[in-house]
Design a protein around this ligand. Structure first.
Ligand code: IRO
Length: 311
């Protein structure tokens, strides 16, 4: 079966990759992604300077997913630029993604300049949806701030750029956000990030499971799937066709991958399940995706991409 998928001038052997923040913190984790069956990969969201992140415990596995308030721990943009420079020299034909983020408007612009001025030749995902920097609202929940950042970015950034969005829950929000995004030459959007500021409790101690923010953290995994399907579908229905969509949220089986593509996703990222199962999950997901495609009579992704039926 043909699992190739394209974003701009980049074609990937298959649509699967990690979600930023999962299995991509350092060289060892990134090398494990390179060795996996994934079609591409993305680095942990990088800030200009390294960050230790929030106090632990800051992550917990849940029956139906995960909760995290990592607090944007990362080794700094220089570390990840070094890694991708080495990677590109060894894999000239395979594009990967770099995720960037700033905790202030100026830092968002500064870290983007670092990529623009580098030899990085892949795709850049700017994270407008980190829910766990105390005191910092998720940029993409503020339309004016989103416009301000995208206006500034596209005044100098010429490499392929996409935005990582938080989940939206109201059709008027989809309309408003899509109207903003359609004004920019974005290569892609990635919907969605974790569901911000959930809370889960330890049954033995009646204590919040994670330490930061009084136990509030982003929710991922099975809990996220219905919302991810809806966000992919809603944006596919509203965005210009030249803006591709990466679907993220709740993937655990090949059927989950298939359903995000059915809603319009071009590529599919895996977060919680990757954290829980490890990079060998990609081989399993590819086998299961191909089995589902065969069951449905499809031999490539465009045949069913966006083909969700409604009653
Ligand atoms: O707490 C984090 O580091 C984090 N956690 C998430 O669930 N999404 C994000 O975008 C980030 I930057």
């Amino acid at each position: 079966l043909d699992l190739t998928t394209t974003i701009g001038n980049y074609t990937f052997a298959n649509p699967l990759m990690n979600a930023s923040g999962v299995n991509c913190f350092d060289k060892d984790e990134l090398d494990a992604m390179v060795a996996s069956a994934s079609g591409s990969m993305v680095t942990k969201s990088a800030t200009v300077k390294p960050r230790p992140g929030n106090p632990e415990p800051r992550y917990a596995d849940l029956t139906l997913g995960s909760i995290n308030s990592m607090g944007l721990p990362n080794l700094g943009i220089d570390y990840y630029l070094d890694y991708v420079a080495t990677y590109q020299a060894a894999h000239p034909a395979d594009a990967i993604f770099m995720s960037i983020v700033g905790t202030t408007f100026d830092d968002n612009i500064a870290v983007a300049h670092r990529i623009q001025d580098s030899d990085f030749a892949g795709l850049t995902e700017i994270n407008l949806s980190c829910p766990n920097v105390p005191g910092e609202p998720q940029t993409a929940y503020d339309p004016a701030q989103t416009v301000k950042i995208l206006d500034a970015l596209f005044s100098f950034f010429t490499k392929p750029l996409g935005v990582k969005l938080p989940p939206f829950f109201d059709l008027a929000q989809f309309d408003q956000m899509a109207a903003i995004l359609n004004r920019y030459p974005l290569a892609f959007i990635n919907t969605m990030n974790s569901i911000g500021n959930g809370l889960m409790i330890d049954a033995e101690t009646d204590t919040a499971l994670i330490k930061p923010k009084g136990g509030f953290g982003g929710i991922g995994g099975a809990y996220a799937k219905p919302i991810a399907l809806a966000n992919v579908r809603a944006f596919r229905q509203r965005l210009n066709s030249n803006i591709r969509i990466i679907g993220t949220g709740g993937v655990h089986t090949g059927r989950d991958v298939y359903e995000l593509i059915l809603c319009g996703a071009d590529m599919v990222q895996v977060g919680t399940a990757l954290h829980q199962e490890g990079p060998q999950i990609f081989a399993r997901l590819l086998t299961e995706l191909q089995a589902e495609m065969t069951r449905k009579g499809y031999t490539n992704l465009p045949e069913f991409r966006g083909a969700l039926k409604t009653l």
